[in-house]
Design a protein around this ligand. Sequence first.
Ligand code: ZN
Length: 156
Amino acid sequence: MDLNALYQEIILDHYKNPLHAGLREPYGAEVRHVNPTCGDEVTLRVQLAESADGPVVHDVSYDAVGCSISQASASVMADLLIGKPVAEAMSVHEDFLALMQGKGQVVPDEERLEDGVAFAGVAKFPARVKCALLAWMAWKDATAQVTTPLTEEEVR
Ligand code: ZN
């Protein structure tokens, strides 16, 4: 199987069986982002939790409507970032952003981006880059708005 076919299958799989989909409580911040050029919409909630090593992404829940790329991207993003320290999640976010803005010239790091590498092919199509980035931008926006992470006691 060639790489593009494999990437398309990964995206289709996340689209058909989205991970962590649905809106959950409790949440620290909720945002709604839209991509008018394609008609994609995402409502996304982020909950952070305090830990000895700083804040951790406790949960990312979302309701995504739109094309397969935008919905699959939300699934990949949530699965990748939940459970990570916020600092590490921000760094993964930067890697994905660099991949998507790389016009197909950036070689993705599979260790860090996991199923996110499947969007490498999308980076060659400027019109679809916004679809792939919608949920990621919503996550960053929501994360910046969380003012009170759960305490370690609340998480237990
Ligand atoms: Zn789209």
